[in-house]
Design a protein around this ligand. Structure first.
Ligand SMILES: Cc1ncc(C[n+]2csc(CCOP(=O)(O)OP(=O)(O)O)c2C)c(N)n1
Ligand SMILES: [Mg+2]
Length: 687
């Protein structure tokens, strides 16, 4: 063993023992993967990763994603040993460590920087929140795409502003999950040669051997996807590991999968290669024996031997600092030579919009025939996308239906080799689309994805993670109700709205007409820390006469009074969203003719409404007016909040039916006559 080998081994064993000690002290966690994969991650960071610990948000850094999020201690140990610095929400680098040794001693404890699974925004240096297996791997595809897109948009001769690579570490679990299959297939198609997945093939998951449930020939599968596949027979063979990374970096025209054979819980005499090493503390005695095997002081805890921090400083630290400094100098020169692009890059990195981003958002004239939500959205999107160059996205094979295609000159298709295209074809892969959008957003472009609302369920885990991470991904979900008609119950969303509304931090907006669609885009584009779902109709909706009704700008408050009796003192409230608002407007007219004073409240976004001051909410929904009817072509679940226990909810209690829309509206009670009757019933109850 030469000196280098000894230094490497000391650092690797530091990672291993920190993981073992932290899990033991917390009395919960996953020691096995960090113990096994420490050499593989160490070599990546020390010898390859272009990452500056002093500025972990430097835009052109390589991304490292721990898709096997349960192995979080592996990442925390790396962040600590590499001396990664904390960054605050204003994107300022702070002096203190992102993860101190004390944080590691507080693994999995309340408010520590070392939660059970890595959390983006909470711990600096964590590139994405992982834990739900497969998600991180799919995020890394989005990151690799972002690198390609940003290179195409920003790079100029002699100014390679973007060239970063994305690495993800996957376990057997990630390999089995569908989302990783979808994402790998897309990455192969796109020939993402800046993407490298590292597969920790230890053949153990929670229930035991992977032989219980997994017989894939992974290498052949990935070759079939169009990937380069490199085998490393032993995770402890740093020469082989290093050569695999060299191969990945040298491979052009395809992503690389490195399959590493490893031993979960490496070095633990009684637990190595068993499921017992996966997700529980090794136990004091086993830890002692393992440390003995490593040649470690058996009773030392949380030991970072002298020289280990320094070795990381001389490796990843020195390389990263040099690369970042060079990039910063390049960026200064870039801003001088290409001021507009320089400003765009700066704004994009800070999640700001360009000046004039809302220029030309259309206003739609009143029109009883109107247009579909999706068509209004297409018009607005095609305007704002011209103002916001890094607004990019597409659909899971439904763009002709969701109307999300950018059709203006220059908005070409994103494909291998035409990396500057702004229209993405995610294929029929909703789950990967969501995870890829998250990866794109984490690199600060502004991504949108679209599909039918019913299939939001197919991407829900990624939508949820976007909400956890507080990143401004945009979803355009069309075909939003039984209004889809003949496609029937399998395609008619019922419980999806409830599910999205109940997701903390996610904002859903279901606009009532074309002008509300325009306002919805105006509002959601300004989000910097919240994902949004725009819920749109397939069918035409009348464009309301805003001279008669309140302006659509009320949407910015989530809910607003659309129509009122002349004296502004209603007896009954009609609450609706989206396609049911005009029904309520019609009912309001009928009631007025009968001398009944009703108020129509358009409620496109519950979440935004809930964030208004109580005075505003009470002004829109006066507590004294308890005669209330809600109308929405979706599950009634949740409307009790607004109509009260005695209110009437017109909504869906079944999965719908296959029929022309008119017949469905009649069958399920969505017509003005039914709303009028419900309003009268409410008033009779009160009288
Ligand atoms: C989507 C999802 N399903 C289930 C789990 C629960 N879970 C956590 S780790 C794990 C097994 C992972 O096995 P592997 O990836 O091989 O990791 P190793 O045990 O080798 O560290 C499971 C099922 C999860 N985190 N995410
Ligand atoms: Mg495993």
């Amino acid at each position: 063993m030469n000196n280098d080998d000894a230094r490497d081994l000391l650092a690797i064993n530091t990672i291993r023992t920190l993981a073992m000690d932290a899990v033991q002290k917390a009395n919960s966690g996953h020691p096995g993967a960090p113990m096994a994969m420490a050499p593989v991650v160490y070599d990546l960071w020390q010898r390859h990763l272009r990452f500056d610990p002093n500025d972990p948000i430097w835009p052109n850094r390589d991304r490292f994603v721990l898709s096997a999020g349960h192995g979080s201690m592996l990442l925390y140990a790396m962040l600590h040993l590499a001396g990664v610095k904390a960054v605050n929400p204003k994107y300022e680098t702070l002096g203190q460590l992102a993860v101190s040794l004390d944080d590691i001693k507080q693994f999995r404890q309340l408010d520590s920087k070392t939660p059970g699974h890595p959390e983006y925004r909470w711990t600096s240096g964590v590139e994405t929140t992982t834990g739900p297996l497969g998600q991180g791997a799919a995020n890394s595809v989005g990151m690799a795409i972002a690198s390609k897109w940003m290179a195409a948009y920003f790079n100029r001769p002699d100014f390679p502003m973007f060239s970063f690579d994305a690495y993800a570490l996957l376990g057997d679990g990630c390999m089995m999950e569908g989302v990783a299959h979808e994402a790998a297939s897309l990455a192969g198609h796109l020939k993402l040669d800046n993407l490298c997945w590292i597969y920790d093939s230890n053949r153990i998951t929670i229930e035991g051997s992977t032989a219980l449930a997994f017989s894939d020939d992974v290498a052949t599968r990935f070759r079939g996807y169009g990937w380069e596949v490199v085998d490393v027979a032993d995770a402890n063979n740093l020469v082989a590991v290093d050569a695999a990374y060299e191969k990945a970096k040298a491979t052009k025209g395809k992503p690389t999968l490195i399959i590493v054979q490893s031993h979960i819980g490496y070095g633990a005499p009684n637990k190595q290669d068993t499921k017992a090493a996966h997700g529980e503390p090794l136990g004091e005695e086993e830890i002692r024996l393992t440390k003995k095997f490593y040649g470690w002081p058996e009773d030392a805890k949380f030991l970072v031997p002298e020289g280990v921090h320094e070795a990381f400083g001389a490796g990843v630290g020195a390389r990263g600092a040099k690369l970042r400094a060079e990039w910063m100098a390049l960026f200064d020169a870039y801003k001088k030579k290409y001021p507009a692009e320089g400003e765009a890059l700066d704004r994009m990195q800070h999640r700001q919009l360009p000046v004039g981003w809302d220029k030309g958002i259309p206003e739609f004239p009143a029109d009883p025939k109107g247009l579909a939500g999706r068509d209004a959205s297409a018009k607005v999107l095609n305007v704002v996308a011209q103002n916001i160059p890094w607004l990019i996205g597409g659909s899971a094979d439904l763009a002709p239906s969701t109307k999300t295609l950018l059709t203006f000159d220059g908005a070409s298709t994103f494909q291998a080799g035409s990396w500057g295209g702004r229209n993405f074809h995610f294929g029929v892969r909703e789950h990967a689309m969501g995870a890829v959008l998250n990866g794109l957003s984490l690199c600060k472009v502004r991504p949108y994805g679209s599909g039918f609302l019913i299939f939001s369920d197919y991407g829900k885990p990624a939508i949820r993670l976007g909400a956890i991470m507080e990143i401004p991904v945009i979803y355009v979900f069309t075909h939003d109700s039984i209004g889809v008609g003949e496609d029937g119950p399998t395609h008619q969303p019922v419980e999806q709205l409830v599910s999205l509304r109940s997701t903390p931090g996610l904002v859903t907006i279901r606009p009532a007409d074309a002008n509300e669609v325009a306002e919805a885009w105006r509002v959601l584009l300004q989000f910097r820390h919240a994902p949004a779902c725009l819920i749109l109709t397939r069918q035409a909706l009348p464009t309301l006469d805003r001279a008669k009704y309140a302006p659509a700008s009320g949407l910015a408050k989530g809910a607003y009074v659309l129509a009122d009796p002349p004296d502004g003192v209603p007896e009954v409230l009609l609450l609706a969203t989206g396609s049911e608002v005009y029904l309520c407007a019609a009912a309001h007219e009928q009631l007025a003719q009968e001398g009944i004073k009703s108020r129509v409240v358009s409620m496109p976004s519950w979440e935004i409404f809930e964030s208004q001051p109580k005075e505003y909410r009470d002004a829109v929904l006066p507590p004294a007016v308890t005669a209330r009817v809600s109308v929405e072509q979706a599950s009634i679940f949740g409307w009790e909040r607004y109509v009260g226990s005695a209110g009437r909810m017109i909504g869906m209690k079944t999965f719908g039916a296959s029929a022309p829309i008119k017949d469905l509206q009649k069958k399920f009670g969505f017509d003005p006559g039914n709303v009028v009757a419900a309003a009268k019933e409410q008033l009779a109850r009160k009288a």
